[in-house]
Design a protein around this ligand. Structure first.
Ligand SMILES: NC(=O)C1=CN([C@@H]2O[C@H](COP(=O)(O)OP(=O)(O)OC[C@H]3O[C@@H](n4cnc5c(N)ncnc54)[C@H](OP(=O)(O)O)[C@@H]3O)[C@@H](O)[C@H]2O)C=CC1
Ligand SMILES: O=C(O)[C@@H]1CCC=N1
Length: 272
């Protein structure tokens, strides 16, 4: 990573998260470039991260070792076909687009080495979680470059089967939104129970942070940590029984199933 030059195609939410994490990790501004059609987006990313930005994707790609495709899945085909003539055979393409397969990208880009990955937005605070899959054309050195790119902003775990990325998308790609939804719902419930809004919000956020810290650092699993909070015939037991009587686990399974299904469906719809 010390000398790797990275070009981001698309400088929206996820690219900004990744760029912020890479800069915080110590990558020099000159090692990172980004292209985006939005003038305001380019100005914001340049101002926040000190990097050079371009309206023209080919200019950003020129001289990069790694080209990160960070556009919406719906834009992937057009972007890949447009950048194809600008790519050199040894440039690694890293895609973060949900539901766009390596086979589709190889159709659009030609025989380029591709790492497909699924990061998440906590990459902005270097607490991201990514799953990665490499095609056979990816060299050991390029695998290492992709590993370093994603692990600069959190954990990065390799998968043996590309299809598992649908599950990764359901668990960790979309996952931050589920926790934010829980935070919203707990804060609102706290207010309904009589707390001032700012106190309900602070208590909820610190509880989320504390629980995540405990779960990450503990040598027992989440089920045991939960048992330790749950006094017999106490308040937690009342809440957990209410959650479970209303089908909590089934609800979570169904929701993640919907996300994984949508990822696979997008591959079908957008991969042609
Ligand atoms: N958001 C998330 O939590 C996660 C998103 N992803 C994936 O990351 C990708 C990007 O998502 P996100 O950052 O949220 O989306 P954004 O819309 O925030 O960012 C995409 C950017 O790409 C720009 N763009 C559009 N067309 C082109 C083009 N031809 N060349 C260069 N740039 C272009 C867009 O500009 P404009 O708006 O003007 O069109 C926009 O600024 C998606 O594929 C998504 O599946 C993966 C994991 C998590
Ligand atoms: O909602 C989405 O489609 C993207 C992919 C994972 C998170 N956001």
């Amino acid at each position: 990573m010390s000398k790797t030059r990275i070009a981001f195609i698309g400088a929206g939410n996820m690219a900004a998260s990744l760029i912020g994490g890479l800069r915080a990790k110590g990558l020099e501004a000159a090692q990172i470039r980004a292209s985006d059609p939005g003038e305001e987006t380019r100005a914001r990313v340049s101002a926040e991260h000190g990097i050079e930005t371009f309206a023209d994707n080919a200019q950003a790609i020129d001289g990069a070792n790694v080209v990160v495709l960070a556009v919406k899945p719906q834009a992937m085909k057009a972007v890949c076909e447009a950048i194809r003539p600008s790519l050199k055979p040894d440039q690694l393409v890293v895609s973060i687009a949900a539901g766009i397969t390596c086979a589709s990208m190889n159709n659009w880009l030609g025989a380029q080495p591709i790492v497909r990955c699924m990061p998440n937005t906590p990459a902005l605070v270097r607490q991201g979680a990514s799953g990665l899959f490499a095609t056979a054309e990816v060299s050991a050195e390029q695998r290492q470059q992709a590993q370093e790119l994603l692990s600069a902003v959190g954990i990065a775990l390799w998968l043996n089967e590309e299809q598992q990325l649908d599950a990764v998308t359901a668990v960790s790609g979309s996952g931050p939104a589920y926790f934010f939804l829980l935070i919203e719902a707990m804060t609102a419930a706290g207010v309904k129970l009589g707390l001032p809004a700012d106190i309900a919000a602070q208590l909820t956020l610190q509880t989320a942070l504390g629980a995540a810290h405990m779960a990450v650092s503990s040598d027992v699993d989440a089920a045991e940590l939960r048992r330790r909070v749950t006094s017999p015939a106490g308040t937690t037991e009342a809440a957990i029984k209410s959650f479970q009587a209303n089908g909590f686990e089934a609800l979570v399974e169904k929701a993640l199933g919907a996300a994984a299904h949508r990822s696979a469906e997008m591959a079908e719809q957008l991969g042609q």
